[in-house]
Design a protein around this ligand. Structure first.
Ligand code: BEZ
Length: 249
């Protein structure tokens, strides 16, 4: 074989490996794409400027775990919308399969007190796995043709702020996804961090003392905060203030 042909083949192999292992990280701009969805074409993240978005993948249409997840997400769509957050789903299936599955969910499936559920958020068609690969949603150790259950929280500036991955067999906890969204917004709104298992109304963590003087003042009780030690202080933010800042009534 000619040397130039071998080099060309090696380059192609390199490109394929790079694509297979490409994983966006927290703090990265969300990879851009234009895609066909059940709600028309979208250009991501440009179409969502100024809004939070949860971009999530699921393994396949007409599968039971995914059906429970879609019904749950669809019934919480308004709750997420009130927190300025849109939902965008993806699976490695075609548009007509998506449409047929969503119609079946609405017309036939009653589950966990939910029925007549209409999925109004876009579900991306990704037969060629172009988007799934850009987002590291295909994880070959789990499956080479189905996306894992990935969740990307993208902020109003198009930056990825949280990533969560679940395997095929494990349905997501949607209360936790909502908690993450509110915690991310609260950290920004109140310049704080949120402790383990935080929920609106719980104390938040204030940034670490930046000088010996501030550390001393805090330990001497000069600031309106509670210190467990000089490096670990919390302050009160009421549930009303948290929800008000997120603009939830
Ligand atoms: C499901 O959604 O039920 C499912 C999908 C792929 C593999 C296993 C379960």
């Amino acid at each position: 074989m000619k040397k130039s042909l071998i080099i060309k083949k090696l380059r192609k192999m390199e490109e394929k490996i790079e694509q297979a292992v490409m994983m966006p990280r927290i703090g990265d701009p969300a990879p851009e794409f234009t895609a066909v969805t059940t709600q028309g074409e979208i250009t991501f993240p440009a179409d969502y400027k100024g809004e939070w978005v949860i971009l999530f993948s699921h393994p396949a249409d007409f599968t039971p775990v995914c059906t429970t997840e879609f019904m749950t997400f669809a019934s919480m769509e308004e709750q997420f919308a009130k927190a300025n957050c849109k939902l965008v789903g993806l699976s490695v299936d075609g548009l007509y399969s998506h449409i047929a599955w969503l119609r079946t969910i609405k017309e036939k499936i009653e589950y966990n007190g939910m029925k007549d559920v209409e999925v109004n958020f876009p579900l991306i068609e990704d037969i060629k796995m172009d988007v799934a690969k850009k987002y590291g949603m295909i994880q070959p150790g789990e499956d080479t043709t189905k996306a894992v259950r990935a969740v990307f929280f993208v902020d109003p500036g198009g930056i990825i702020r949280t990533i969560i991955y679940y395997p095929l067999s494990l349905g997501r906890n949607f209360d936790e996804l909502y908690r993450v969204l509110i915690a991310l917004q609260t950290a920004e709104n109140f310049a704080c961090a949120t402790p383990a298992d935080w929920r609106p109304g719980d104390d938040v963590i204030v940034p670490p003392a930046g000088s010996c003087g501030v550390a001393k003042d805090r330990m001497d009780g000069k600031e309106d905060i509670h210190c467990y030690d000089w490096f670990f202080c919390t302050k009160k933010v009421s549930k009303e203030d948290v929800l008000d800042a997120v603009k939830i009534d």
